[in-house]
Every structure is written in structure tokens, then in C-alpha cells.
Ligand binder design. Structure first.
Ligand code: ME8
Length: 509
């Protein structure tokens, strides 16, 4: 079985910020988690290059369209490359391959008689690229995400009716409790489905928006950006309305879309209904996360300017501690505050936990045994209990966890907890005192072996978040094996050579 994991494709009207970096990091962490337990993953991320926002941005830039799109898309790709994201395909909606699939899908639903043309008046939020109902707005009549009043627009457009599928979607959500995770977002979607669904406007007149995929059945219009963008999830893996979809179907069956709650409605209401019209099942899972809140406690966003720059914080603390922090600090169902100060604090937690433990134990045995892992140790019940507890926890998460935020969050918490427990064990057993007394040699060696073996388990478990640091810890313990999801206690080869290297988490200053 091969899994398919996707991130949203990001608008290119601004530079990427930590929110975009986070979802793409989360996908990479999930990919590594799955790979470690033997499941292959096809992972996609990319850029959403059409629509009014991108069009306005291009006009302001004064650049040729092609150059503008490439430059802005590369801003995202270069960031993801610098962050060592192991994506298998980088989507660009401006490519002919993607556009051909959008055209194919539009023709398919048009020919099935699922599209109708009518005049429409509505409140349009450019930030969301969506028509809004008065009930979607805050008390000042603004879009809550963009803090701007939507514009009243009257236009002739093409529509795709949704209402007739509402009950089917409600039933689908109720019979598939694992479809949308965490569960509170499924409840939110059921809330959206309490009222009849308006027809989805799937076109924009070229007189207003020309940056898009032309409607195959009316050259005066382009496709609505969301209709175009959502199709990326099927265009990236080769769907065709009339081709052989065997390979597509195999991947699609195990598909997970990652997204924040800002785009829950498009993914959990429009998308499954679009897919149904195309004869495709909903993706297997939608994994939804909350917002990173920037300055002022409001959602960080390009348009509000309260963003954390991923390059700045990567330079400050390194990509791997940043990955760990983001995955650990994003709460499952709420929003999370983020700032450079909070990131620095998170870095210190890691340094004091895993970093401190590694340095202390390695320096100690470098002095006492020339760095050799003690052999023929006789572990006390306390030592065995510590190692078995840690191994069992990681074993359970790797065996039964799924590709979700809950798993990632639990794993990162358990890594810190294990690090804390081993630091406490080390302090309580005072190996530096034992080392001075030859009659306590056996006990000294057991404490050292236990600490080293625990560190090995922690490093292996941390691989999806910090692959390079995990490898460095394992190498420093004399373990060359690639981390695997088999967490067995007391597996550290006896007699191996340990090495005190440079600190894993240098002082930030
Ligand atoms: O919505 N906190 O693109 P977008 C957490 N092109 N995550 C955040 C975030 C924040 N403050 N800000 C952005 C679009 N994100 C469409 C998507 S998909 C078919 C089309 C992340 O550039 C998060 O993943 O506005 C969110 O859903 C996405 O970026 C929105 O990116």
C-alpha cells in the first residue's frame, strides 16, 4: 500500500510565512513517520497561481506574467527545498498538464448537465476569493480572516448546484467518523450543513478575472479559482475522465489532505461534492489544524502583515528544532500563538532536554571508559522499567498511530517526556558519584548503559521531526543503524564506540 499526502497549494500573491511552512513541514513529518514504519508515501505541495489576488499582485509587480508566476512560485519551492522537504511532486496550477485536467473535469460535469448559467448578486471577499453570506461576516461587516468588507458584485456566471448532495454529505460524515480529524472540525462541517447550500459559482467573467483556466464551454469566462485549485489533488496523480485510472485509484484510496481550518468549507463541502460529480470517492482523510496567531493574537496572514518569517527563524535556530517546535506547539483543536521569543523558548526546552542528556552522558563515559559502551551490564528493575516504558510508548505510537496531527503531537510530547524522565533518572542515580567508587562500578555501568539506550530510543523516535539530529545522536552512540519503528529496549550494541561531538543545540545567545 502507498499513501498519498497533500498540502494546500499556496497563493503566490505574497511571500511564504511560517503558516505555510508549518503545513508543509507537517506533511514531511508524516511522510517520514510512515516511511519509518514501512509505508511508502507520495507527497505533494505547490502553488495556486490563478485568481484575482494573484492577478492584482502580478499587475502591481510590472513583471511579465510567466516570469512573475515562476518567481513567486519559486519563493515557495526554494523555501521548501531549504527546509529539506521531501516532496515528490511540486504542483503549479499554471502548467498545461494541470490545466488540461481542469478542462477535462469541467467538460465532464458540463456534459452531464450539472452546470447552469444565471445572474447573481453577492458579497465577494477577494482575500478568500469567495462569495460570502452576511452571516459569515463579523459585527463590522468584515471578513473575519481578512478584516476587510467584501464588495457587492452582480454578474452572470456558471453555477454548480450543491444542495441536492447535502444529505449525502451529512450521511457520509456521520458514517465516516475518521474522515475529518480532529473530530471537532467534522462537527463544524455538520454545522455548515444545517442550512441549504447555495449553488457554487464556478466561473469568473474574464472582464474581471483573466488569470485562470478558460471555461471550455464559454471563452468569456475563466474557472473559479477554487474549482481549479482543488483539482490539483487529482491532476497531480494523473486522473482522467476517460482514461485508465488504476494507478490513480490505488493512491487515492489512501489519500490525506492537510489544511488549516480557513479552508475547511472548500475541502469538506465543495470538494467531496465536486468529486462525487466526477465519480470519485472523497479523499480518505482531511487533517485540519488551527491557526498560528501572530502579533495582536490574530491569524498570521500576508494581508495583515503580522507574519513570522521562516528564513529568519530557520537561521536563528536551525530547521530541525523549528520543525520539532512547530509540531509540538500546534494545539490540536485551538489556535497557537507564535513569535520569535516563543520559538527561542521552545529551542531551549529541546536543548535542556535531549541536548543536555546527550552531552552529560557522553562526556562522562569519555572520561571513565574512553567512550566505550559498557558491556555485560546487569540492569536493575528500575533501569529495565525505564527502558521498557519508553520503548513500549514509542512502539505503540508507531504501530497504532495514524497519519494525523494527533499522532504527531503525541509523539513529540512523549519524546520530551521520555527525555525529562531520563534526565531525572540520571540525576537521581548520580553516576558521577558512582564513578568515584570502584565497588560501585557495576551500578555505574548499568546507569550509563540505561541512559545511552534510552537516548537511542528517543533519537530514533525523533527521526520524523529531526532526521539529521536523530542520525547524529545515533552515530554519537556508536549506532549506525537507520532508525526503524521496532522499538526494543536494551538493543544498544555493547562495547560500541561513542563520540562526544559538537553540541546538537548550540547556545542561541
Ligand atoms: O487558501 N496558521 O492558500 P493560502 C496556520 N490557495 N496555517 C496557515 C496560516 C496560519 N496563520 N496561514 C496559512 C489558499 N496557513 C488556497 C488553497 S488548496 C486546493 C488551495 C497554511 O496561501 C494553512 O495550511 O491562503 C492554510 O490552510 C494554507 O496555508 C492557506 O494558504
Amino acid at each position: 500500500m502507498k499513501k498519498y499526502i497533500t498540502t494546500p497549494i499556496y497563493y503566490i500573491n505574497g511571500a511564504p510565512h511560517i503558516g505555510h511552512a508549518y503545513t508543509t513541514i507537517l506533511g514531511d513529518v508524516l511522510k517520514k513517520f510512515e516511511t519509518m514504519r514501512g509505508t511508502e508515501v507520495f507527497y505533494t505541495t505547490g502553488t495556486d497561481e490563478h485568481g484575482q489576488k494573484n492577478q492584482s499582485s502580478q499587475q502591481e509587480s510590472g513583471l511579465e506574467l510567466k516570469d512573475f508566476l515562476k518567481m513567486r512560485s519559486d519563493n515557495f519551492r526554494n523555501l521548501f527545498d531549504k527546509m529539506d522537504i521531501d516532496y515528490d511532486f511540486f504542483v503549479r496550477t499554471s502548467t498545461d498538464e494541470h490545466k488540461a485536467v481542469v478542462t477535462d473535469a469541467l467538460n465532464y460535469i458540463f456534459n452531464k448537465g450539472l452546470v447552469k448559467k444565471k445572474s447573481y448578486e453577492g458579497l465577494y471577499c477577494e482575500g478568500c476569493e469567495q462569495f460570502k453570506k452576511p452571516s459569515d461576516l463579523d459585527e463590522h461587516g468584515n471578513c473575519p480572516d481578512h478584516q476587510k468588507a467584501p464588495k457587492l458584485i452582480t454578474e452572470e456566471n456558471y453555477f454548480f448546484p450543491l444542495e441536492e448532495h447535502r444529505q449525502w454529505l451529512i450521511d457520509y460524515i456521520n458514517t465516516h467518523p475518521d474522515w475529518i480529524k480532529p473530530a471537532r472540525y467534522a462537527k463544524e462541517v455538520l454545522g455548515m450543513l444545517k442550512e441549504p447550500l447555495d449553488d457554487l459559482c464556478i466561473s469568473r467573467p474574464k472582464s474581471r478575472v483573466w488569470l485562470g483556466v478558460e471555461l471550455p464551454f464559454d471563452k468569456d469566462f475563466v474557472t473559479y479559482i477554487w474549482f481549479d485549485a482543488l483539482i490539483n489533488y487529482i491532476s497531480s496523480i494523473g486522473w482522467k475522465s476517460d482514461g485508465d485510472n488504476t494507478a490513480f485509484n490505488a493512491l487515492w484510496e489512501h489519500s490525506t489532505h492537510l489544511l488549516a481550518k480557513d479552508i475547511l468549507k472548500t475541502h469538506a463541502v465543495y470538494w467531496p461534492i465536486m468529486l462525487k460529480a466526477l465519480g470519485i470517492n472523497p479523499p480518505e482523510h482531511l487533517i485540519v489544524h488551527g491557526y498560528w496567531l501572530g502579533e495582536g493574537g490574530i491569524k498570521m496572514s500576508k494581508s495583515l502583515g503580522n507574519v513570522v518569517d521562516p528564513y529568519e527563524v530557520m537561521d536563528l535556530m536551525g530547521i530541525e528544532p523549528l520543525r520539532f517546535y512547530l509540531c509540538n506547539a500546534m494545539s490540536l483543536t485551538n489556535d497557537s500563538q507564535i513569535s520569535v521569543d516563543l520559538l527561542k523558548q521552545g529551542y531551549k526546552v529541546l536543548a535542556n532536554n535531549i541536548g543536555n542528556l546527550q552531552m552529560r552522558v557522553l562526556k562522562m563515559i569519555a572520561k571513565s571508559t574512553g567512550g566505550k559502551v559498557p558491556a555485560n551490564v546487569s540492569l536493575a528493575a528500575e533501569d529495565k522499567a525505564l527502558l521498557e516504558g519508553i520503548a513500549n510508548t514509542f512502539d505503540r505510537i508507531y504501530k497504532y498511530g495514524d497519519s494525523s496531527l494527533e499522532t504527531v503531537s503525541e509523539l513529540s510530547n512523549e519524546i520530551l517526556k521520555a527525555g525529562g524522565d531520563v534526565n531525572a533518572y540520571f540525576a537521581a542515580n548520580e553516576p558521577w558519584v558512582l564513578a568515584k567508587d570502584e565497588s560501585k562500578r557495576q551500578r555505574y555501568e548499568a546507569v550509563i548503559y540505561t541512559t545511552l539506550d534510552a537516548l537511542r530510543l528517543i533519537a530514533a523516535a525523533a527521526y520524523p521531526f529531526m532526521p539529521v539530529i536523530s542520525g547524529k545522536i545515533l552515530a554519537s552512540l556508536g549506532c549506525s543503524a537507520k532508525p526503524s519503528a521496532a522499538f526494543k529496549p536494551c538493543d544498544l550494541p555493547e562495547g560500541g564506540q561513542t563520540v562526544v561531538g559538537a553540541p546538537l543545540f548550540p547556545f542561541l545567545g
